[in-house]
Ligand binder design. Structure first.
Ligand code: AKB
Length: 324
């Protein structure tokens, strides 16, 4: 099993995945052992008041190292990143945060002899030359976005640290993540989250992709479980490290709209593709995640139907509490 993860730091803890991952890690490893860090202050009292919290911009190595020292951190979940759509608008920022930030995290982890580091990758590592249905584990990685370029480099860098320095770095290629707690910021798959909020709040949604756009997606409870299961897996059973394909479900934008309409019959929608369509078209429709299944026993639980029921129930609850 290797060394235990005892003192954990999460970067990007205010983000879509980071905010829910931090709470899950606090529940599992003890609230005082999980330090939430971000360059912005968490708006959610749940995150702010449930454990230690520090201001860290991952591009500032000295500050990161200071917090690592102060809390005697042995494990980092590095969730801070610029996503695909913002990355196309600000490629310079995407490079700085995703590459320089990652390099800082890996160097600090190496210098402090850390137990383990989680570095997320994405379906954005694939490009138009990759087989789309499904994208194999071992395949062409020629993305056409800056985000994708940084994610390929991140996988290579993580694998390099495993081989060259013996640092235990692990990561998955996340599909689009659907969740009810924190909105995603600046991704191409954001429509699959926004549509739920719009259906409940205004009854109408304008998709920024075509009706027939099919992308790999995953519901947050599966995403959190996959992340923790990979990090707790036996190192000796892993042949891959930072580049596991990870599948949940796949559906077209219209299939998603119709599924929501089954629960909210008055919901209306239209399709007005913008620049994000080109990004979506460069990504696969489905993912072959046989390696994750074989090496650490991955199995998703949520399909489109189960996810829709749960999302609507959680968002209705938030609405009642005045949090939507
Ligand atoms: C994005 O759309 O940029 C992200 C991703 C698939 O990595 N959600």
């Amino acid at each position: 099993m290797g060394k235990r993860m005892e003192r954990i730091l999460v970067t990007g803890a205010v983000g879509q995945i980071g905010s829910e991952l931090t709470l899950a890690l606090r529940a599992r490893y003890g609230a005082e052992n999980v330090v939430a860090t971000d360059h912005v202050t968490p708006p959610s009292p749940k995150l702010r008041d449930s454990g230690p919290i520090e201001h860290v911009d991952v591009t500032d190595r000295d500050r990161l190292e200071e917090v690592v020292r102060e809390y005697r951190i042995d494990t980092i979940f590095h969730m801070a990143a610029i996503l695909s759509a913002v990355g196309e608008e600000k490629p310079d920022l995407a490079w700085h945060v995703n590459i320089d930030g990652l390099y800082n995290v890996l160097e600090v982890a190496r210098a402090h002899g850390m137990t383990r580091v989680f570095v997320p990758s994405s379906i954005a590592v694939f490009g138009p030359e990759t087989p789309r249905d499904p994208a194999p584990q071992e395949t062409v990685l020629r993305p056409t976005t800056m985000y994708g370029v940084t994610k390929v480099a991140g996988e290579l860098l993580g694998n390099y640290y495993v081989r060259r320095f013996g640092l235990d770095v692990r990561g998955v290629r996340y599909p689009g993540i659907i969740s009810s707690e924190t909105l995603p910021g600046g991704g191409t798959t954001d429509y699959a989250v926004e549509v739920f909020y719009a259906a409940l709040k205004t009854g109408h949604y304008e998709f920024f992709v075509r009706a027939d756009t099919v992308l790999p997606m995953m519901y947050m409870p599966d995403c959190i479980r996959a992340t923790i299961e990979l990090m707790e897996a036996d190192f000796d059973k892993l042949k891959h490290h930072c580049d596991f394909n990870l599948a949940g479900m796949s559906f077209s934008a219209e299939e998603l709209a119709l599924e929501i309409k089954r629960h909210i019959p008055e919901f209306t929608y239209e399709f007005r593709p913008d620049f994000r369509q080109e990004i979506a078209d460069s990504w696969p429709k489905r993912i072959d995640d046989a390696a994750a299944r074989q090496e650490w026993g991955w199995t998703p639980e949520f399909d489109l139907q189960a996810m829709t029921v749960d999302m609507l129930a959680r968002l209705r609850e938030k609405m009642k509490e005045g949090r939507l």
